[in-house]
Design a protein around this ligand. Structure first.
Ligand SMILES: NC(=O)c1ccc[n+]([C@@H]2O[C@H](COP(=O)([O-])OP(=O)(O)OC[C@H]3O[C@@H](n4cnc5c(N)ncnc54)[C@H](O)[C@@H]3O)[C@@H](O)[C@H]2O)c1
Length: 246
């Protein structure tokens, strides 16, 4: 129970990696807000444990909209008076070869994956700065470091998240706030379901550990970064990718 009664916010928290992160923190005692622009029916959060269920709250939020983000963080701070951890996890892909990529595809990815991180971090600091404590964990991607054909928009957004992480870590370190980035490789979620069988087997062939990650694998590392065990780690990018990026 490393996170007993800590207040934790996870964007894109109703599906995939975000949902696993929400469940991990709630199972260790936290009060977790899952922000998502699509809030699924309750049954999709498959709780055996009613107490766990009571620890998870959902708020419909669009991370690309400053008004939506502002209102959500005001609500959470109003209800809890503090926020201990923010996980910027919401992300999308709109893959295309650059010559065919539309401005809409470019803007959608940059607005969600990069502007969303900026907006949520800006508003969470309204709680963390006066607390003089807190930790922000950004979910990047291996392709932010190594690139990927057909994903110039996504790679640019995730590379941007790395620069953002390091800059903000320098800006808020003196206030006791840590900022780190976790860069997953190939994780089995709805996002990777969009890949063709050929793309999936190419990925697997190149992963030294020869297997994909589960969302729970990523959630465990997020929990480590949020825990006191990581209290001297800031401004770092950790690849959690079975060795793919070496
Ligand atoms: N799946 C992978 O292999 C993989 C690899 C590397 C990085 N990542 C990153 O991990 C994160 C989670 O990915 P996933 O695979 O779980 O994806 P997913 O598509 O399963 O889940 C993403 C969630 O974000 C939400 N979301 C999207 N746009 C939003 C917005 N504007 N406002 C609020 N919520 C929004 C979606 O509704 C969804 O619930 C993303 O940032 C992704 O880029 C995933």
């Amino acid at each position: 129970m490393r996170f007993q009664d800590k207040v934790i916010v996870v964007t894109g928290g109703c599906r995939g990696i975000g949902k696993a992160i929400v469940e991990k923190f709630a199972s260790e005692g936290a009060i977790v807000y899952a922000l998502d622009y699509v809030i699924p029916s309750e049954s999709e959060f498959d709780f055996e444990n009613k107490e766990l269920k009571n620890r998870i709250k959902t708020i419909q939020t669009d991370v690309t909209s400053e008004e939506s983000v502002r209102l959500t963080f005001e609500t959470i701070i109003g209800e809890q008076s503090r926020i201990d951890v923010l996980v910027n996890n919401a992300g999308i892909t709109r893959d295309n070869l650059l010559m065919r990529m539309t401005s809409d595809q470019w803007d959608a990815v940059i607005n969600t994956n990069l502007k969303g991180v900026f907006l949520c971090s800006k508003y969470v600091l309204k709680a963390m700065m006066p607390q003089r404590s807190g930790t922000i964990i950004n979910i990047g991607s291996i392709v932010g470091s190594i690139g990927n054909a057909g994903q110039s928009n996504y790679s640019a957004s995730k590379a941007g998240v790395i620069g953002f992480t390091k800059s903000l870590a320098k800006e808020v370190g003196s206030r006791g706030i840590r900022v780190n980035c976790i860069a997953p490789g190939f994780v089995i979620t709805a996002m990777t379901e969009q890949l063709t069988e050929e793309q999936k087997s190419d990925f697997l062939k190149n992963i030294p550990l020869k297997r994909a990650a589960t969302p729970e694998t990523i959630a465990n590392v997020v929990a480590f970064f949020a825990s006191d065990d990581a209290d001297y780690i800031t401004g770092q990018v950790l690849h959690v990718d079975g060795g793919l990026a070496m």
